[in-house]
Design a binder for this molecule. Structure first.
Ligand code: ATP
Ligand code: MG
Length: 440
């Protein structure tokens, strides 16, 4: 992408209305713009990051055996009356009337809709277990939308729903998602600690939140340092290994971690003082096992192996995809700007010409850009006729993992400078090796 053709409004100064670093950086680096309270337009840079996160979440769900579909954002009030949540949900639900005075709502979550879809199609235990998910916009009319996309009103969520024949199966589905979440967050380049949680309005008795540590987080957290040493990928563990999944769950459960809601001073005192970690954190995911709460109230039944009718056990599993953009920035930035983990960076390489008015520099940069693009190396090429220092400043702010800087002197000698954004390490290399570095 050439900066001269992109839509990349970079701001030099920190916007006064942004309180936390990720919100400031998302505005300054041109990722989003607020269009109404808690509602954001995703500009090209932000949209690319959002899609990268979404794709990693999707791939890890697919590997875990979940099946993707897409449910609409608008739902009928009648659907929610079936579970009794239409009246219970409160003012966070955006209620709308259509031209025929029919009550609809902008979905804050999808338990009712998925339960109804499943109920209307599935008849037999043979079609269980299933975990279905979608990645879709939600609306919650938060009292105090703040911190940019971190607590928006409209936000993107991955929500998965599991259906099992019995509690054992449902717990296995829950453990499966637990592992999928650990793997997802690891791939995203962040550490998210699973913490026992209260289950809130969704109901049920087994629930974990996944918390990214950041000083600006909304919840207070307590955990054993062991979580920092955990092998999050659990590389040897397969999703069809039920005992292994259970062992993972036991390991997570027996290692102390809690938010202020579930914190237990007596158990906490059992953690060695030098292993106690406290701080603040951002909830990026939340999983629930809630049994037959929705299946029973909405009349979902399947015929069991012995012919009797069985009410399936369910769970639901959310990841805040758009919140993650902010959370990743909270966890990965420096004074100069964002430092993207490679897996979610909007582009891999940022190319800058120090003199946009020098024909030899421009010719060399155009050529290198063409070759990188031909090799599908995601490159943002700042080809504007701007001062070199300004362009370098914006590149640091945007935070791509690698920068390639071409100036008249280097180009005359056939070289470019390669900078690692995270470490700041710089290296002079030939234009050919610069290309080979990313295409080999
Ligand atoms: P919170 O406690 O932060 O209000 P929640 O517990 O109501 O969130 P869930 O219903 O568990 O949220 O939704 C799943 C995920 O969706 C959360 O873990 C979070 O990452 C994300 N999320 C929830 N509310 C918002 C919001 N207002 N803006 C952005 N992301 C959100
Ligand atoms: Mg939650």
């Amino acid at each position: 992408m050439r900066v001269s053709r992109c839509f990349l409004p970079v701001m030099k100064e920190s916007p006064a209305d942004a309180q936390i670093v990720s919100h400031k950086l998302m505005l300054r680096a041109g990722l989003v713009r607020q269009t109404a309270a808690g509602i954001y337009a995703w500009l090209p840079v932000g949209w690319r990051v959002l899609q990268k996160i979404e794709q990693i979440v999707r791939e890890e769900q697919d590997k875990a055996g979940s099946v993707e579909l897409l449910m609409p954002t608008l739902q009928s009030a009648d659907l929610w009356r079936q579970s009794g949540r239409y009246d219970a949900y409160g003012p966070e639900m955006l209620r709308i009337k259509d031209r025929h005075e029919r009550e609809i709502l902008y979905g804050p979550t999808n338990e009712e809709m998925i339960t109804a879809l499943f109920r209307d199609e599935v008849r037999s235990y043979r079609e269980l277990p299933r975990t279905l998910y979608h990645i879709q916009w939600k609306f919650r009319d938060e009292v105090r939308p703040r911190f940019g996309v971190m607590r928006g009103r409209e936000f993107l969520m991955k929500d998965a729903y599991s259906f099992d024949l019995d509690e054992g199966g449902a717990r296995n589905s829950y453990y499966t998602q637990l592992l999928a979440y650990l793997r997802t967050f690891q791939r995203l380049g962040i550490k998210a600690v699973p913490m026992k949680a209260a289950s809130g309005p969704i109901g049920g008795d087994l629930s974990h939140e996944f918390i990214v540590l950041a000083p600006t987080g909304e919840s207070e957290v307590f955990y054993d340092a062991a979580f920092e040493e955990f092998d999050w990928s659990q590389a040897d563990l397969r999703y069809d290994d039920a005992d292994g999944l259970k062992a993972l769950f036991d390991q997570v459960s027996s290692t102390y971690s809690a938010t202020d809601e579930t914190h237990d001073e007596a158990r906490w005192a059992g953690v060695a003082a030098d292993r106690q970690r406290t701080g603040r954190g951002i909830e990026v995911g939340h999983i629930f096992y809630f049994g037959t709460k929705y299946s029973a109230s909405m009349g979902l039944k399947v015929s069991g192996p012995d012919g009797s009718m069985v009410t399936p056990e369910m769970g639901s599993y959310g990841i805040g995809v758009s919140r993650l953009v902010g959370a990743i920035i909270e966890a990965s930035h420096d004074d100069a700007g964002i430092v993207w983990p490679e897996a979610v960076a909007p582009w891999k390489v940022g190319m800058v010409t120090m003199r946009g008015d020098d024909p030899a520099t421009v010719a060399a940069a155009d050529d290198l850009y063409a070759k990188l693009s031909a090799a599908n190396v995601e490159t943002l090429y700042d080809d504007r006729d701007e001062r070199g220092g300004v362009k370098l400043g914006s590149m640091d702010l945007i935070g791509l993992p690698w920068q390639l800087v071409l100036g008249p002197r280097g180009v005359a000698a056939g070289t470019a400078e390669l900078k690692n954004r995270r470490t700041g390490e710089k290296q002079e290399l030939s234009l050919e090796s610069a290309l080979a570095r990313f295409t080999a």
